[in-house]
Design a protein. Structure first.
Length: 128
């Protein structure tokens, strides 16, 4: 999630209404690129959905110079990163839901055979 170069600065200048931009955010699943829709363009600002205002010249949020309050054009490289991150986050969410369901399970209600199967799986996990 690096700074913006001249090519990207030019891309910001050329944005139009309904174009997509992205901004880095941090979630419980790790860093993530959030996509925002450009709703309006003024001479000096890009206004996204949610009425967020960013400077056209460098993508920083108006009144804030923090790296995570900045928009970036969606380049091919960032689009690949967004897709990969979305895939990783979806997998982590699914794992979290499954762990929650498993933790809620009363294992005393399972048969001896089912418990042996779980133990065999868990034994394999511990050895990896």
């Amino acid at each position: 999630m690096s700074g913006i170069d001249e090519r990207e600065a030019q891309m910001l200048q050329n944005l139009k209404q309904n174009d997509m931009v992205c901004t880095p955010i941090h979630t419980e699943y790790g860093p993530y690129w959030d996509k925002l829709t450009v709703k309006r363009i003024t001479k000096n600002q890009i206004i996204t959905a949610g009425n967020q205002h960013f400077r056209k010249k460098d993508g920083y949020a108006v009144g804030n110079m923090d790296w995570c309050t900045r928009i970036y054009p969606i380049t091919k490289e960032r689009e690949r990163a967004i897709q990969e991150t979305e895939k990783q986050h979806a997998e982590m969410k699914q794992k979290r839901r499954l762990i929650f369901r498993i933790k809620r399970r009363d294992f005393r209600q399972l048969s001896l055979n089912q418990l042996r199967q779980i133990d065999a799986i868990m034994g394999d996990v511990e050895n990896t």
